[in-house]
Write a protein that binds this ligand. Structure first.
Ligand SMILES: [Zn+2]
Length: 155
């Protein structure tokens, strides 16, 4: 696994343990060349999912993007991080079991809103308000940028 700080590919695993009630393995990694530490997760992936944007553009599904947007929506909310991990795994599991490997980005947005609504109203409102603006633009990267913490100031 390449070091995200210096790009060195020879990093070491310092610790491995089950996480999210054995849904994933969490590994603490150490980079001997820069001293950086980071964490990776290993999970079962049932299928390779592809996101279809409304423009028709296809993109490999990226769990970390989904995770980022959910974490930002729930920033400073009293939600247990473990609960967030479970929620994200649950959403991915739902996407993977939809019977199609090609999933419209709209469907993903709706699943996120549905899940957020169940665990935190404020997080749901944050996500939904940004989501609406990007319903037409349909660009998940812009969407995540819009959800960045500075957008949440003044609450
Ligand atoms: Zn490094």
């Amino acid at each position: 696994m390449r070091c995200p700080f210096c790009g060195n590919i020879d990093t070491q695993v310092k610790d491995s343990r089950p996480a999210e009630d054995h849904v994933s393995i969490r590994r603490r990694r150490f980079c001997p060349s820069c001293g950086g530490r980071f964490t990776t997760y290993e999970r079962v992936q049932l299928r390779d999912l592809v996101v279809i944007k409304s423009s028709g553009k296809r993109e490999d599904f990226d769990r970390s993007k989904l995770e980022r947007s959910v974490r930002i929506a729930l920033q400073k909310r009293p939600v247990d991080p473990e609960r967030i991990d479970q929620m994200i795994s649950g959403m991915v599991r739902r996407l993977e079991s939809m019977g199609e490997t090609d999933i419209p980005s709209k469907v993903i947005g709706e699943i996120v809103m549905e899940s957020l609504a169940r665990i935190d109203t404020v997080g749901y409102v944050r996500f939904a308000s940004v989501y609406k603006n990007f319903h037409s633009a349909d660009d998940f990267d812009k969407f995540v940028a819009e959800l960045r913490p500075t957008a949440l100031r003044g609450e």
